[in-house]
Design a binder for this molecule. Structure first.
Ligand code: 13P
Length: 246
């Protein structure tokens, strides 16, 4: 298994200016080799990020991709296009896409397959809603989301890619899962992946990670870093979170 990963998901935020300033700040930072740093900018800025982070210990990814390699799909982006623009990763299954774009487990699995076919490392997002947690279904929901993907595309990719556990109720909420609560789910995910034959899996936590709570979350044995939304938009706070994983 590799080291920790700290990834920033900019979602639909930013401007060219902000992106350039962020990359310049990354350039001045001393990123420790044991932490893999990944940024998922808006697709519109992927080329800009690629040009501005060339030579830095930072990998880039896309927040979404289409499952087809090409075709009449207006507005969509293929894995090959992402790779050509400098992306090395692709998010799949983010709850905002599941919720706002109606993505189901089968589509998410197809997207993971498309990422792999294009040579990209998938970062598969899973997580339950508040209602599901309150109904005691959190583990079952996450297990179902994982099973759908692993049944479709296998487990070999997990040694290169990653799983991000993002409880929907903690995203953009200013409330994280309690470290012990997240750790319990991460342990379940790791055990489940191991039972499928995947021994080396990085399981990241996402949901209101910030520079105050990152160190405690990352110190949990089954938490291998974070997928950071809002706090990744500012280079200072993102780099502080990266440092907390080192
Ligand atoms: P926040 O860190 O803003 O809660 O977002 C988490 C997330 O959804 C990252 O993918």
């Amino acid at each position: 298994m590799g080291g920790a990963i700290v990834a920033g998901n900019w979602k639909m935020h930013g401007t060219k200016q902000r992106a350039l300033r962020f990359c310049q700040a990354l350039g001045r930072a001393d990123i420790r080799a044991e932490v893999e740093v990944v940024v998922f900018p808006p697709m519109a800025y992927l080329s800009l990020f690629a040009a501005a982070t060339g030579g830095l210990a930072v990998e880039l990814g896309a927040q979404d991709l289409h499952p087809l390699p090409e075709g009449p799909r207006t507005g969509d982006i293929s894995g090959a296009m992402i790779a050509e623009l400098g992306g090395r990763w692709a998010l799949a299954g983010h709850s905002e896409r599941r919720i706002h774009h109606g993505e189901d487990d089968a589509l998410v699995a197809a997207k993971v397959g498309a990422a792999l076919a294009a040579g990209l490392k998938p970062m598969l997002c899973v997580g339950e809603t508040l209602e599901q947690r309150q109904a005691n279904q959190a583990e079952a929901v996450v297990a179902r989301q994982l099973r759908a993907v692993l049944d479709a595309v296998g487990v070999a990719w997990l040694s290169q890619g990653a799983i991000a556990y993002e409880p929907v109720w903690a995203i953009g909420a200013g409330v994280t899962a309690a470290p012990g609560q997240a750790e319990a789910m991460h342990g379940m995910i790791r055990e489940w992946a191991a039972s499928q034959g995947a021994q080396a899996v990085r399981v990241l936590y996402g949901g209101s990670v910030n520079q105050e709570n990152a160190a405690e979350l990352f110190s949990q044995p089954n938490i291998n870093g974070g997928l950071v939304g809002g706090a990744s938009l500012d280079a200072g706070s993102f780099l502080a979170i990266v440092a907390a994983a080192g």
